[in-house]
Design a protein around this ligand. Sequence first.
Ligand SMILES: Nc1ncnc2c1ncn2[C@@H]1O[C@H](COP(=O)(O)OP(=O)(O)OP(=O)(O)O)[C@@H](O)[C@H]1O
Ligand SMILES: [Mg+2]
Length: 422
Amino acid sequence: MTMRSRSFLRALRRRADVAQIALALPPGSEEQLVQQLQHHGHEVSVLCSSADELIAAFEGGHVGPALVAASPLFLDSRVLAQADSCGVRMLALTRRDADRHYAEALGLLETAPMDAPWAHLEAVLLGRAEAPAQSEAPEAALGEVIAVWGPAGSPGRTTLAIAIASELAALGHSVALCDVDTYSGSVAPALGLLDEAPGFAAACRLAGAGGLTRAELERIAERYTSRHGSFRVLTGIGRPDRWPELSADRVSTTIRECRSWVDYTVIDTGASLESDEEISSDLFAPRRNAATRAALADADLVIAVGSADPVGLSRFLRAYVDLVELLGSRQPTVVMNRIRAGSIGLNPTAQVRQSLWRFAGIDDPVLVPHDLAALDAAVLGGTTLLDVAAKSAARVAIRALVTERIVRQPVASAGATSARTG
Ligand SMILES: Nc1ncnc2c1ncn2[C@@H]1O[C@H](COP(=O)(O)OP(=O)(O)OP(=O)(O)O)[C@@H](O)[C@H]1O
Ligand SMILES: [Mg+2]
């Protein structure tokens, strides 16, 4: 990589204090900034003259925060994607409103005027404060986390997670739907969203680097929008080489940040509850189940979904034992999905209730009917059940689950906007 002046940089490296900062600024605008940040004990790790140089710095291992001029020469979508990929916190410096609009249009909401006091830039860069005025605001209540789990065999985890998120959004709550299923993540395709840059993995990387904030979550998330209400989506991870990014610590930090971001975080988990350490003694082996276990450990409410047919029921009952052990004193809410006479015999509702009670002591399951036409229409349209078949039997059952078992405080009116994040 070409540096503007290597001797200049060497001179800057005299102090080894708090943060290693990357700068990508027009010539002439960096000297004063460099003096200020040095004065406060930071170092400039790299001084870049273009977006390409900044990307190369990230690829070369720079992980500290980056101060970048909000202009196409220094900042573009490739830079942001690479920053997400490396867990680098970015702050765009602006000279005029148009610069701020440019950064915001790219999705980088953390901006500050080029001549802002160093204390403000430092607070944002190091994640100490999102905005100076916020400390005066009253503490908002933390959002709730709902994890949707079910055993292998596609019982309907993703279907249920999407439907719950859309019902909560339609009730006027702010909602984030997170795909942490490392085996078969499918929220993005189910909703017709892009999943080229997995949002949940990007959030975890930022969490690992101490750079995850509400503004970053807002930038990373995709948005599913409909006339019934919109919700954010942190899409899932498709490539096996990226599982280690979803370590338990990072997942927990991301979930914690989601609590202050939205009213409800709905998590579509994987099926396997096995601890990675039990499966492999290799310290460096991918930690594939850590995300599911961490999400279940952190959730306020766990929804356990099973498929209401003989094979699905038996899989559910076997795995349910492990779930109960993992949850300790917390009681999951059990949902039996795809209830139909054809697969389990006459009076399927009674049959399912009886089996759950007899073999697992589960006495009050939520029953969701088999509703192929509605579900097929939703998948085909890349949309939610609520949007495509509001009167369908499956939607009505899931709506009742949300209003009767999840939402504890009724909101003022349907479609009202949440106080936390609109
Ligand atoms: N109540 C229902 N009636 C009819 N079809 C359903 C119902 N619930 C889910 N399905 C269908 O079953 C299939 C599997 O559902 P889904 O993808 O939600 O399962 P999953 O548990 O997330 O599976 P995976 O292991 O692939 O993550 C989908 O095609 C979905 O449309
Ligand atoms: Mg799924």
